[in-house]
Design a binder for this molecule. Structure first.
Ligand code: FES
Length: 249
């Protein structure tokens, strides 16, 4: 092996099924030493990954790399994964050192050459034993005490209508107002298409059941102040009836 990982685990949904998964595994075979490689499908959960981690190693304290191929991966997901991996490494009799990289998806999804290349890109590998303290704060076994969940659509049509810059503004403003993922604050989630694309960029607030069209930064700020801090739906930003609105409108 050219890298000093004793084993590399390629992990993601659909790696054992379908044409794409088959093509990925076939390409991987030609690129990597099979004895030092595992391909784990997480379509039905992570049991396969935990089992692969329990396998005996050639030496104690060996370094293992998890190449994460989850298409909807984000920083919260990666922190969770790193946390879980670190816990399992601790209970392994040979306490492996675990690393994760998540930069291995091509523009069209699975790409074995790219995934293999990511193994050599050490500067992008994240250690599992030092997940940053802020991000590891959430309790992964408890429903969080957020007052609201905000779902901003980043489906293809809302993105074309400017949803991504709005996401950044929304996130920044919630952080600035200490309302991001705090008790009584907001859990902010990006979603795929929520359906009324022609009325977007679409943003929904729950449990209030409000459907908004948010078009620019100043509307983001009004939404944060009015609905997310003061608790009053911002009527003029709601998608108007009969297509939307709030349940009380
Ligand atoms: S792409 Fe946003 S609602 Fe369809």
């Amino acid at each position: 092996m050219h890298e000093d990982y004793q084993r590399v685990l390629f992990v993601g949904p659909g790696l054992h099924g379908g044409t794409l998964g088959e093509a990925f595994r076939a390409a991987l075979k030609s690129l990597r030493d099979a004895a030092a490689t595992r391909v784990i499908d997480t379509l039905d959960g992570f049991d396969g990954l935990w089992a692969a981690l329990d396998e005996p190693l050639l030496e104690s304290n060996a370094a293992l790399l998890v190449v994460d191929l989850e298409p909807s991966s984000d920083s919260a997901y990666l922190d969770w994964l790193r946390d879980e991996l670190a816990r399992r490494a601790q209970s392994h009799p040979q306490t492996p050192r675990l690393w994760v990289t998540a930069q291995a998806l091509g523009r069209r999804g699975l790409d074995a050459a790219l995934a293999c290349a990511s193994v050599g890109q050490r500067e992008r590998h994240l250690p599992c034993d030092s997940v940053n303290p802020v991000a590891s704060d959430p309790d992964w076994s408890r429903v969080p005490p957020h007052a609201r969940q905000v779902f901003l659509c980043t489906g293809p049509r809302c993105v074309r209508r400017g949803a991504l810059p709005l996401w950044k503004t929304l996130r920044r403003e919630l952080l600035r107002r200490a309302h991001m993922e705090t008790p009584g604050g907001v859990l902010l989630t990006r979603t795929a298409c929520q359906f009324p694309c022609n009325l977007g960029p679409v943003l929904t607030v729950h449990p209030d059941g409000c459907w908004y069209r948010i078009s620019n930064d100043s509307e983001v700020l009004r939404l944060v102040q009015g609905h997310l801090l003061e608790g009053e739906p911002v009527q003029e930003l709601l998608i108007p009836a009969p297509y939307g609105g709030s349940p009380d409108a």
